[in-house]
Design a protein around this ligand. Structure first.
Ligand SMILES: Cc1ncc(COP(=O)(O)O)c(C=O)c1O
Length: 425
């Protein structure tokens, strides 16, 4: 199970000194809601890897879709006027699902690419419309918008920006749950300076924070009033995680741009997209902009798009959006009792199939390694997840969970908290 010191793999989001000492958990198989390591040990996947594995692991149907497409045409550039059938079909299908008028779809290779694409679309849009002074992006504290340069500039989690300078974007961060904070920033800067407001409908990496009632409709109203574009980052929430194809539908908003990735393929192949409503696409489609010099080698990758189509088929056929709504209730029921545990300060659940358990600030201060110890102990009790930046345990299962998995989750968390308590933490 461990390759301590021998690995040449530089892990993302890792203290490589610690990994070098402890070794790695090497996974070799995925089976539905479970993954298996090289020693044959099975773990319940509490987080659908990084939120994305909506349909569960090891789906032969998705492998077949990839193989069928690869032998036909693995892919070809979609720059300029070249296209392929899966990219066309997927764009049409996503456009149909999106809560925007005449939506068009720009494909990327993942969420960070999509955020960067949205940022550049916003900048190019305002240049084209003759309002180049609209340079300021408003983003929220606790927000996560990927790891490219512009996206890191939008991130509202200080630890992720720490040590990086010149992140490039003209960003104003506002308190995540306050419409007044947005109004104040706009009053101070002047409405004619604001290019866009970026929001995650439910903040994910920042701790699983659902918006206050009316917040997203309020942001939309501010955007409409001031002319700022509304960019909704649905990288986590898109394609069923909150019981609708998009959280924007659930919260009854119509964004100018939706950024998505992850659930689009359930992670079987890397693929992201920016969905643009008519307002933003118009100057790119009516000749105002002319050729937009932006695109990725793998934009519209035929095999990734074929897998996405097959993934959407599964989500449809197996009613996984409805399952997500049921999981939302079940997770809240099963997890809320943990709020009484001495190591837990809060359980966040009840909006979407996403939840978190916050470890207490006191315990985290006393034992800074507590999140790592939690994850390691949870593994001993047969489940896998990670802790988020504020010490929250991430629960965002594949949408295929049954009561067996809910029981397994409850038992493994209970055993983990009890083990840590016995160790004096
Ligand atoms: C809300 C949000 N936006 C963007 C991203 C970046 O996506 P990726 O890691 O695919 O680049 C993530 C990744 O977790 C995310 O949660």
């Amino acid at each position: 199970m461990s390759r301590a010191g021998n690995s040449r793999l530089w892990h993302p989001y890792a203290d490589m000194q610690a990994v070098g000492q402890s070794g790695e958990l090497v996974l070799t198989r995925g089976e539905g809601s479970y993954v298996v390591d090289e020693s044959g040990r099975r773990y319940l996947d509490l987080s659908a890897s990084l939120w994305y594995c909506l349909v569960g692991h090891g789906r032969a149907e998705l492998a077949q879709a990839a193989a069928d497409q690869m032998v036909q045409l693995e892919t070809y550039s979609t720059f300029s006027d070249i296209s392929n059938v899966p990219a066309e079909e997927l764009a049409a299908r996503v456009s149909e699902l999106a809560p925007m008028d005449k939506a068009v779809v720009f494909f990327t290779s993942g969420g960070s690419d999509s955020i960067e694409t949205a940022l550049k679309m916003v900048k190019r849009y305002w240049q084209a419309l003759g309002e180049p002074e609209r340079t300021v992006q408003i983003a929220r504290t606790g927000a996560y918008h990927g790891m490219h340069m512009g996206g890191t500039g939008l991130v509202g989690i200080p630890a992720m920006r720490q040590g990086h300078t010149d992140l490039g974007s003209d960003v104003r961060h506002v308190q995540w749950d306050s419409l007044d904070a947005i109004e104040n920033a706009i009053d101070e800067l002047g409405p004619s300076r604001i290019a866009a407001i970026f929001v995650e409908p439910i903040i994910g990496v920042g701790g699983v924070l659902a918006p206050p009632t009316g917040y997203l409709a309020g942001v939309q109203e501010i955007c409409r009033r001031t002319g700022a574009l509304l960019v909704v980052d649905e990288v986590v929430t898109g394609f069923g995680r909150v019981g609708e194809w998009f959280a924007s539908t659930r919260f009854e908003i119509e964004p100018d741009l939706i950024v998505c990735a992850k659930g689009l393929t359930s992670g079987y192949l890397p693929l992201g997209a920016v969905i643009a409503g008519n307002r933003v696409s118009a100057p790119f489609y009516d000749g105002t902009v002319g050729p937009w010099r932006h695109g990725y080698t793998y934009s519209g990758h035929a095999t990734a798009c074929a897998v996405a189509l097959a993934n959407l088929d599964i989500l449809d056929r197996e009613n996984l959006l409805a399952a997500s709504r049921q999981l939302e209730v079940a997770l809240a029921e099963r997890l809320s009792p943990f709020a009484d545990h001495a190591l837990v300060s809060e359980v966040r659940a009840g909006v979407g199939a996403m939840a978190s358990i916050s470890l207490t600030p006191d315990a985290l201060e006393k034992t800074p390694t507590l999140p790592a110890q939690f994850s390691a102990t949870l593994r001993e009790h047969g489940a896998l997840t990670r802790t988020l930046v504020g010490g929250e345990i991430q629960i965002s299962p594949p949408l295929i969970w049954t009561t067996t998995e809910l029981d397994w989750m409850q038992n493994s968390i209970e055993l983990t908290l009890d083990t840590l308590t016995r160790r004096g933490l």
